[in-house]
Design a protein around this ligand. Structure first.
Ligand SMILES: C[S@@+](CC[C@H](N)C(=O)[O-])C[C@H]1O[C@@H](n2cnc3c(N)ncnc32)[C@H](O)[C@@H]1O
Length: 336
């Protein structure tokens, strides 16, 4: 959504309040490394590399809620700082407009420097379109060691399926006793299913949908119809198709989280892909319920307030009343 200065004068990504949910979920996931894998000071911990290909400004600010919080890149940095064997932080912060790009990169560097990463964590910052960023990232990967990939674009068309496929194919291995086990990167994907759903209904966007899903038009259309026949709606159909494609690489189905906006409509879907038993089950059995609890206590109340205020403003517009504005306490006021 572009940049905004928060009340403390920091340049942030202007963010809708619903995105706070995505970051809270990502935080739960990263905590598995910093609090569980790394607990008890085990001596032989595996190294961890994190790749964030859509890193943005670092901080996020929501003007409706007047809140600033850490975006994906800073959450990843915090995780590598806490996890004793954190090794590489690869960030790509890009914008097609050169001035925006420079602003984005500078704010990311500034906010990162406040985290004071230990020397063992190497930081690489690139500013490239995702295809080129991936080439660069791959040159740093050792697939035999754990890596986490955060893919969080603005729009589904910024994340073509072939990017995901190339990451999924970075297969390595590790040993438990004499047993050789395949290792794949762990993925955190945020797919804007709301927009993708709309694109499926637009004739001129058919090719784009195919690129995002990695399927020929006749195939995704036939699948969409098939899912619709079984009483599912377009969004659910798209989620199933995407999950099915991911499942071709991972032994376990992805963990799926649908994220609603403040008006209750689902805006995007997070897919968490890992073959790792601990990661998968800890996330499913402990972290998802913990996240749901967080959502009830910290998110739902303020989400209701925001959508209530929006409704009031829309009602005023219809009645031709003077527009209301949110004062510094987030209250709806009307100009006299
Ligand atoms: C949703 S934001 C990422 C937010 C970030 N993950 C966070 O949590 O703070 C998407 C980012 O992708 C960048 N972007 C846009 N087009 C891109 C492209 N083709 N390749 C890589 N990044 C792109 C945007 O400038 C923006 O910084």
């Amino acid at each position: 959504m572009g940049q905004i200065i928060d009340p403390e004068g920091r340049v942030c990504e202007q963010t809708k309040w619903h995105s706070r949910q995505k970051h809270a979920f990502l935080e739960e996931y990263l905590d598995i490394w910093s609090k569980q894998v790394g607990k008890d000071g085990k001596s032989k911990l595996p190294t961890l590399d994190i790749f964030d290909l859509y890193a943005s400004f670092g901080l996020c600010y929501c003007p409706d809620e007047k809140k600033t919080w850490m975006g994906s890149a800073l959450l990843a940095a915090e995780c590598l700082k806490k996890y004793q064997s954190g090794k590489l932080l690869f960030l790509n912060t890009y914008h097609p407009d050169e001035n925006e790009l420079q602003e984005q990169r500078k704010s990311l560097e500034d906010s990162l420097s406040n985290i004071h990463l230990p020397e063992r964590v190497r930081t690489v910052i690139e500013s490239l379109p995702v295809e080129k960023a991936l080439e660069s990232a791959i040159s740093y990967v050792n697939p035999n060691y754990p890596s986490l990939w955060i893919l969080d674009p603005y729009q589904p068309e910024h994340l073509p399926w072939n990017i995901i496929e190339r990451i999924c194919k970075l297969e390595g291995s590790y040993h438990i006793g004499n047993r050789k086990i395949a290792r794949r990167p762990e993925l955190f994907i945020c797919l804007m299913t709301g927009r993708l759903q709309r694109l499926t209904g637009m004739d001129k966007e058919k090719e784009t949908v195919g690129i995002v899903l990695g399927m020929e038009e006749n195939i995704w259309k036939a699948k969409l119809e098939k899912y619709r026949d079984s009483d599912d709606n377009t969004r659910r159909a798209l989620i199933s198709m995407y999950a099915e494609k991911i499942a071709n690489f991972y032994k376990k189905p992805p963990i799926i989280l649908e994220v609603p906006s403040t008006d209750g409509n689902i805006v995007y879907t997070v897919f968490l892909c890992t073959d790792h038993n601990a990661g998968h089950y800890v996330m499913k059995l402990h972290k998802l319920p913990k996240y749901q609890e967080w959502r009830k206590i910290e998110w739902e109340k303020s989400a209701e307030t925001i959508s209530g205020k929006k409704k009031e403003r829309r009602k005023d517009e219809k009645l031709g009343l003077k527009p209301r504005f949110l004062d510094e306490f987030g209250e709806n006021k009307r100009n006299e």
